[in-house]
Design a protein. Structure first.
Length: 202
């Protein structure tokens, strides 16, 4: 598979479908910022945690056009939190992506719960409602001001023995947020785990 680390072309460099361990393959038409290996790993971890009986569904902070949702929603259930405003589009940084997201979910016959809004507001609301998730993918904004609260607000939502996946962990602001949020200690009372995903590693 030919995949290149080039931000302007990244969404269109998959030249083959992504065959997941559990569920239907992901067609090349679905845009996103993850390599096939990352999607396969997310799908596998989500399924295996469910098989092990870890409480709760999956939570995705930052959904874009639904690429990673295709991997997580098949083991499901999945909750997606996003503003659906495309800050990475060099032509239109305010592009609204939810219609494309919904079309992709329909194509894949998936039905995640979607909460449109700022994760800094939504995640505390989920915690107040006592919701728990076995897998949390933190892949929202990559500035420190966005990543830090997402990480801190994820901790109360994680089920015992659940997993937090921090995407784009090669970004300096994300690395600092991980450290300042105390994730480097990996000594959580819930027995939770932390995984990192970095572009180009898969």
């Amino acid at each position: 598979m030919n995949e290149e680390l080039d931000l302007l072309r990244w969404t269109n460099t998959r030249d083959d479908i992504v065959k997941l361990p559990y569920g239907r393959p992901i067609p090349t038409s679905i845009r996103g910022f993850m390599w096939a290996a990352e999607l396969i790993h997310l799908n596998k971890v989500a399924f295996e945690l469910k098989k092990e009986g870890v409480e709760g569904g999956c939570l995705e902070v930052g959904s874009y056009c639904g690429l990673s949702a295709c991997a997580l929603a098949q083991p499901g259930p999945l909750t997606c939190v996003d503003t659906f405003r495309d800050a990475y589009n060099p032509k239109d940084p305010h592009e609204y992506n939810r219609p494309e997201f919904e079309a992709n979910m329909k194509l894949m016959r998936l039905h995640p719960r979607v909460i449109e809004g700022d994760s800094r507001v939504v995640l505390p609301q989920l915690a107040e409602a006592k919701e728990k998730f076995r897998l949390i993918l933190v892949d929202g904004g990559h500035s420190y001001q966005e990543a830090y609260p997402d990480l801190v607000n994820s901790v109360p939502l994680l089920s015992p023995h659940g997993v937090v996946v921090v995407d784009d962990a090669n970004v300096m602001d994300v690395q600092k947020a991980v450290w300042d949020a105390g994730f480097h200690r990996l000594a959580w009372p819930t027995g939770g785990k932390l995984l990192f995903a970095m572009p180009g590693e898969g």
